[in-house]
Design a protein around this ligand. Structure first.
Ligand SMILES: Cc1ncc(COP(=O)(O)O)c(C=O)c1O
Length: 430
């Protein structure tokens, strides 16, 4: 086969990107068939072009773009340091592994207790179990849907070593108060911000309160890298090298003290020095390139989500507040509107499932609020746990009476009106 001149290859490269951009531009002109999907894939032409450019470049495994995205994310989130991983679940796993590392003082040990909310995602809890620790579930506040300071305080014992605070559907937990409590009892805190990009407490973005925090960039989150996640650190000097090793095989590559290790072990080959127990949780350059492309639009995405949530919540409360409740933020807190939570109040003249069915038959899809009360999931019988309180009325309320409608930044005003009409039609019958 004859070799193509370099100039031809460059032209073809540019043409491929142009085609990809044009293709996506045309695709975006068609309105979505079902505006209220639970999961939407929302790529702009430049996101796809960035991804394809990486694939064409040949430099696809973790490298410069991941480092750039980490820096850009730290800048956007006002965080002292960030480390990208391949999912929000991996971010939680990495954070708990760091708490459990021998170098962490006091380290999380097998048999120690970690407080987790009963309303949480599965992989907010599993890393606790995977460290050999005991999750201690606490109830949620039925208004914020988050764990409350009082419930956490009541669950602390001498065995408690850490707390996982999940900002449910983007609504911030009372972090300053929780951090004061955690410092008093010497607890490590992971802020699970996987649903809360850009949520704030008195203007400070979540992810800046806990010792470590996690974000997810899965599809339908505030921004996406397809799969992807981030760990943010309040004190990178304490965590960064450890997390770098644990993210990639436990080896020294990329650590600030890499050279010191090489000098300490001259008999071992530099690049093949393993100093921590680790995993492979690395993201790829392609995921980081999509992230960099999306990040520039994240503020606008969040603003639109918040706007949509405010419109829908106001309609629900004004017209149907006797029968329906919505999630509310604490004073000074701003939710970043991951989804619309609807709770059917006791005494409403219809059942939750009837309302869900009516919405669903109008192509407005619903799902449980995260996992409902996680204590009612079959998997909890596969590990040891404790309940902070014997009864979980808040989490049961969420489980039995709540559901979520997906929010996406591209929902149009007419889609919102359609939602309101559908709701009014069903509820107007009673
Ligand atoms: C609260 C919470 N934590 C963790 C995760 C896990 O993120 P990922 O799907 O990126 O693994 C999710 C997923 O949506 C989540 O909602």
């Amino acid at each position: 086969m004859s070799e193509l001149p370099m100039r031809d290859l460059e032209t073809q490269h540019d043409q491929i990107l142009e085609w990809v951009g044009n293709y996506q531009r045309q695709l975006m002109q068609a309105p979505p068939q079902q505006p209220f999907e639970l999961m939407r894939t929302l790529f702009e032409p430049e996101d796809l072009q960035a991804a394809v450019a990486v694939l064409l470049s040949g430099q696809v495994s973790m490298g410069q773009r991941v480092a750039e995205f980490e820096q850009a994310w730290s800048h956007w989130n006002q965080s002292a340091g960030s480390l990208m991983v391949n999912s929000g679940s991996s971010a939680n796993l990495l954070a708990l592994s760091a708490f459990a590392s021998q170098q962490t003082q006091p380290a999380l040990k097998p048999g120690d207790e970690v407080i987790v909310p009963a309303v949480c995602w599965s992989t907010s809890v599993f890393p606790v179990v995977q460290m050999g620790a005991i999750p201690v579930f606490v109830d949620c506040d039925p208004v914020t849907l988050n764990l409350s300071l009082e419930q956490v305080e009541a669950a602390i014992t001498p065995q408690t070593r850490a707390l996982v605070a999940v900002h449910v559907l983007g609504n911030p937990c009372p972090m300053p108060e929780l951090m004061a409590l955690a410092r008093k009892h010497d607890l490590w805190v992971l802020e699970d911000c996987c649903e809360a990009h850009g949520a704030t407490i008195e203007g400070v973005k979540v992810g800046n309160f806990g010792d470590l925090s996690s974000f997810s960039f899965f599809l339908s989150h505030h921004m996406t890298t397809i799969e992807g996640g981030m760990v943010c650190m309040r004190k990178p000097q304490d965590w960064q090298d450890l997390l770098i090793s644990q993210r990639a095989h436990g080896w020294i590559r990329g650590r600030s003290d890499q050279q010191d290790w090489i000098e300490r072990f001259p008999e071992l080959t530099g690049g093949w020095l393993f100093v921590e127990t680790g995993y492979n949780l690395r993201p790829t350059e392609m995921h980081a390139a999509i992230g960099l492309s999306q990040l520039g639009r994240l503020d606008a995405f969040i603003l639109r989500r918040q706007n949509i949530l405010a419109i829908l919540q106001a309609h629900i409360l004004n017209r149907w507040g006797d029968w329906l409740a919505v999630q509310q933020a604490l004073p000074g807190h701003a939710s970043s509107a991951f989804g619309l939570a609807i709770l059917v109040k006791p005494g409403a003249p219809f059942e939750r499932k009837d309302l869900q069915r009516a919405l669903q038959s109008a192509q407005i899809f619903t799902r449980p609020l995260i996992t409902g009360n996680f204590l009612r999931q079959p998997v909890v019988h596969k590990f040891a746990f404790r309940q902070g309180q014997s009864a979980m009325p808040g989490a049961d309320y969420v489980h039995d009476r709540g559901f979520m409608v997906g929010i996406h930044h591209d929902l149009t005003d007419s889609a919102l009106a359609y939602f309101q009409d559908t709701l009014d039609q069903f509820l107007g019958k009673f």
